[in-house]
Design a protein around this ligand. Structure first.
Ligand code: UT7
Length: 326
């Protein structure tokens, strides 16, 4: 008998304000076009947080929805792991702020910093706590307010990102230790700090003392993305004795439609088996996978028994993949 982390509830939260590409260009005086953005990225709209919204308020909203779907009371949660690159402050962590907003006092929480790969990292951390027997119920949340770290004069980055939060509830369950088990089968994480300069926030909550903004050499990141993501998904499948044909759904990080389509092709999945939100959400960094997962699970696309592959790459570079059976 093996302990498995079952994904028993998913929830998402998006700020009310949604801007089309044209509305964004007009609002920030950007020299860009809907045509350029759609052709290069697939992005048509993004949500932007209101002045009083933060990673913790949005993360708590997503968490409440996930808990409700799971039928789990906030008091039962033993661990909260939040993936975010835009915490409310250096400390208290976003996780303990969310813990307070949910009214939980018995568990513990902390943040994980792995940029756009943060959700896959956080899922792996929570899964490990559950498998070790230390925790029975966990909340894993990705919550990002990238609008606060944008250089709004840089059209090469500011059109690409949006704000939002997604959450999943994990519960300890039992399995046989085979790939037929329900729950998280395995996660595979990588990082390579030599590529830190191609995608970074150049200040902010760190110790270098100036407000930070996101900087990206998009072409370089793109170059790494498809090869590293394809390799890590293959690594995850091989570790479980599975093949491309076993994957029912791909829930990829939503950075660029061209990267998503390339990954779908590599896995030989028909387009309708690839969950896409980038057109409506843009890139919400660590929130993009749990937001996409919440859509596909809650609208009934993902069915019990389905194998879901999740993959992401982000600043660091950090990247990883998780396989989970629902
Ligand atoms: O979530 C973390 C992971 N991030 C990613 O995976 C992002 C990966 N990278 C990408 O998605 C793409 O590289 C971008 C969408 C960021 C850029 O697409 P690209 O095809 O690599 O374009 P580019 O950066 O090479 O820019 C091409 C041209 C440039 O003009 P010149 O130098 O050819 O005259 C840019 O100045 O497009 C120009 N450009 C724009 N034009 C209109 C850049 N941004 C814009 C814009 N509107 N918003």
């Amino acid at each position: 008998m093996t302990i498995r982390s079952l994904i028993v509830g998913c929830g998402g939260y998006l700020p009310e304000r949604s801007l089309s590409n044209d509305e964004l260009a007009a609002a920030y005086g950007l020299e860009t076009s809907d045509e350029w953005i759609v052709e290069r990225t697939g992005i048509r709209r993004r949500h932007l947080a209101a002045a009083d919204e933060t990673a913790s308020t949005m993360g708590a909203a997503a968490a409440r929805r996930a808990l409700e779907r799971a039928g789990v009371d906030a008091s039962e949660v033993g661990l909260i792991v939040v993936a975010t690159a835009t915490p409310d402050s250096a400390f208290p962590s976003t996780a303990v702020r969310i813990q307070a907003l949910l009214g939980n006092t018995s568990g513990f929480g902390f943040d994980v910093s792995a940029a756009c790969a943060g959700f896959v990292y956080a899922l792996n951390v929570a899964d490990t706590f559950i498998r070790s027997g230390q925790v029975k119920t966990a909340l894993v949340i990705g919550s990002e307010v990238f609008s606060r770290i944008m250089d709004w004069s840089d059209r090469g980055t500011c059109v690409l990102f949006g704000d939002g939060a997604g959450a999943v509830v994990l519960k300890a369950g039992e399995g046989q230790g085979t790939a037929d088990d329900r729950g998280i089968l395995s996660s595979h994480l990588h990082s390579d700090g030599r590529h830190g300069e191609i995608l970074l926030v150049d200040g902010g909550a760190g110790s270098n003392g100036k407000p930070g903004q996101l900087r990206m050499t998009g072409k370089e990141v793109f170059r790494h993305a498809v090869s590293k993501l394809a390799a890590v998904v293959d690594e995850a499948l091989a570790a479980n004795g599975l093949s491309h044909a076993d994957v029912r759904w791909l829930v990829p990080h939503q950075a660029n439609r061209r990267i998503i389509d390339a990954m779908g092709k590599k896995l030989k999945l028909p387009p309708e088996r690839v969950v896409v939100t980038v057109d409506r959400h843009a890139n919400t960094s660590a929130a993009s996978i749990p937001l996409a997962l919440a859509e596909a699970v809650n609208d009934g696309r993902v069915q019990p028994g389905d194998l879901v592959a999740m993959e992401a790459i982000g600043g660091g570079l950090t990247w990883g993949a998780t396989l989970a059976r629902f």
